[in-house]
Design a protein around this ligand. Structure first.
Ligand SMILES: *[C@@H]1O[C@H](CO)[C@@H](O)[C@H](O)[C@H]1NC(C)=O
Ligand SMILES: *[C@@H]1O[C@H](CO)[C@@H](O)[C@H](O)[C@H]1NC(C)=O
Length: 236
């Protein structure tokens, strides 16, 4: 038998609990896959040998109107725990989520990503589940192969729409992915810049289960030059 007061109390309690469980609420998750050969192009910060595939940069909470949700409070509430990272999980992530920068280690990279972005998903998604899900998604969305099947191959340049169409062949023509670039000189000594493929983002719902549209705008547009050539270079 519920009195109105009891119903009211239960409602208040659940509001408090929900607020407590997500210090920084978010609407969806961005699964960010890095193309290291593009990300590292023309820099000295990366290892000499880079993966010949896309690897995870991170899984980032986002809002439709505000694409980057920072986990400032969550970071304090849900600090990265190294003991959660079992040897087998570390071996998996060594493949799917390797650090490519000289100044960092794998564990350092995972800790940084978790505290900056992942901790927002706790406690609903545990740290272990967060990393395991990311690895599962990486296996499911093998972008190198997905692009290759559409004849998009490293060493050539393609239009933004070509990259988008190739990703959509996997995620569905109605689902919007996000392609990210950097603008840099393409040949040493030249002052002419071009767009370089750096990352591809696929978006998922709050729990990381179902595909949703990405809402962040692409940066694959020329800023530094007035040339109309918006072809995107896929570094070999
Ligand atoms: C994100 O969206 C949630 C719910 O829609 C809102 O409560 C929160 O303040 C938003 N965060 C940012 C950083 O805009
Ligand atoms: C994604 O955007 C497309 C095009 O605007 C729309 O048709 C589709 O319904 C959207 N999907 C979701 C899950 O919102």
């Amino acid at each position: 038998m519920k009195t109105p007061a009891a119903v009211c109390l239960i409602f208040l309690l659940s509001v408090i609990l929900l607020k407590g469980s997500h210090a920084e609420p978010y609407e969806y998750l961005q699964f960010v896959l890095q193309y290291s050969k593009g990300y590292c192009y023309n820099t000295q910060i990366c290892f000499a040998r880079l993966p010949k595939m896309f690897t995870i940069h991170g899984v980032w909470p986002a809002n439709i109107s505000n694409p980057l949700v920072r986990c400032k409070q969550s970071k304090k509430l849900h600090q990265f725990k190294q003991n959660v990272m079992t040897t087998s999980l570390q071996n998996d992530l060594g493949q799917s989520w390797p650090n490519v920068e000289r100044a960092k280690t794998n564990i350092g990279f995972w800790k940084e990503e978790y505290e900056k972005h992942g901790s927002c998903t706790a406690p609903a998604i545990t740290q272990k589940a967060y990393f395991e899900r990311a690895h599962e998604l990486w296996k499911e969305y093998d972008l190198y192969t997905i692009l290759d099947k559409k004849q998009i191959k490293p060493g050539h340049s393609y239009a933004l729409t070509d990259f988008e169409a190739a990703v959509k062949s996997k995620i569905g023509t109605d689902t919007i992915p996000l392609i990210l670039c950097k603008e840099d000189t393409l040949t040493t000594g030249s002052s002419t810049t071009g767009l370089i493929l750096r990352e591809i983002v696929i978006c998922f719902d709050h729990q990381g289960t179902n595909l949703v549209n990405c809402t962040r705008p692409t940066d694959c547009k020329r800023q530094k030059s007035t040339t109309k050539d918006n072809m995107i270079y896929y570094v070999p």
